[in-house]
Design a protein around this ligand. Structure first.
Ligand code: DP6
Length: 333
């Protein structure tokens, strides 16, 4: 095979209706349907170069060489691409996030979406976006949704995500209130497995999640802000409640998280429509209509528990920035 390079970028997505738990851990299939908004900010850019001269895969994330589990997850995706393409060249991978990695800001979603697209393309595979989504999903199920712009869904037990509505469908904002800096103590994969194994609330979560998904999907299609917000908050609170009931309990919410949650409810009662969602980390993502977003952002930024607020609009899906067959000449990427 001719060695090739591809560069792809992808944005984070935030689940409005959460994926939490797997129906098949070995295949990484989700137990519940999820619905997300891809953001215009929080971007990962990844370059993959397959090179037959390399003895082993070399992976750098934000300038640091990866090792252990982080490295193994990247190599596993590269192995799947190599198996489809039936070649065994190793790869040089460099990946850059423009936001903090593994801090509950969905870096694995943008990361694996960009990696899947760059690796498939560098290997010369011509796959549909759904097939690339399936490749990303095997590494991290939330990443399957970042292939698509705007609103995307990943049904339960599904191989790949689909677009529900493009980014221009609804002028919403997601205000990311960062409450702590630094890496989160426990990854989503481990935390959802512990929940499945030991939470008495897990079965109730799996039963109820599809109802919230249906309600929220309809609310997105019909642009019903309060219905979407209500189902989004319930999804988040049910997901975290299922974690609180494990032994020992998994608590991602900190004092700062709780303060922002209460502030959002107060702002709402004062006539500023906004709703919260929280992933496997302490940050609070606040959903607002564009016309109210600046006022809400100002209120959040005044809080001592909020380090900074990152305002995000609906963003595009993953895209290829270059795909260049090596010719022996210096390459632009
Ligand atoms: C709370 O996609 O990181 O962000 O498939 O094991 O890699 P794996 O899990 P991951 O879980 C994301 C969990 C979440 C909710 C969501 O994005 O739907």
């Amino acid at each position: 095979m001719t060695p090739a390079i591809a560069v792809a970028s992808a944005h984070s997505n935030i689940a409005l209706i959460k994926y939490w738990g797997k129906s098949d851990s070995a295949r990484n299939l989700p137990a519940v349907p999820s619905l997300s908004l891809t953001l215009d900010g929080m971007t990962t850019t990844t370059r993959v170069e397959f090179d037959a001269e390399l003895a082993a895969d070399h992976v750098e994330l934000d300038g640091a060489v990866t090792a252990g589990r982080e490295q193994a997850r990247v190599v596993a995706l590269l192995d799947r691409v190599r198996a489809i393409r039936a070649f065994d060249s190793r790869a040089r991978v460099t990946s850059q996030n423009d936001f903090p990695t593994a801090a509950g800001l969905a870096s694995s979603a943008s990361g694996f979406a960009a990696l899947a697209l760059a690796a498939a393309s560098a290997a010369g595979l011509s796959l549909s976006l759904e097939a690339v989504s399936g490749l990303a999903r095997q590494s991290s199920a939330s990443a399957a949704r970042s292939l698509f712009g705007g609103f995307a869904s990943l049904p339960a037990d599904s191989e790949c995500a689909h677009q529900v509505a493009p980014e221009g469908h609804w002028d919403l904002r997601l205000l990311v209130a960062v409450t702590e800096e630094g890496r989160k103590p426990l990854g989503s994969t481990e935390a959802m497995e512990v929940t499945k194994q030991s939470s008495p609330y897990y079965a109730a979560w799996v039963t109820h999640a599809p109802l919230l998904f249906q309600e929220a999907e309809r609310a997105v299609r019909e642009r019903q802000f309060d219905t979407l917000g209500a189902s989004m908050e319930q999804s988040t609170l049910m997901m975290h409640a299922s974690m609180w009931a494990t032994r020992p309990a998994i608590l991602f919410l900190t004092e700062g998280t709780l303060a922002v949650m209460h502030r959002v409810r107060t702002l709402r009662s004062q006539g500023l429509p906004c709703y919260f969602t929280i992933d496997a980390g302490p940050h609070v993502k606040v959903l607002a209509e564009a016309k109210h977003a600046e006022a809400i952002q100002r209120e959040l930024a005044l809080m001592s528990q909020v380090k900074r607020v990152i305002p995000c609009a609906p963003g595009p899906g993953a895209r290829l920035l270059s795909n260049t067959l090596l010719t022996g000449k210096a390459l632009p990427c």
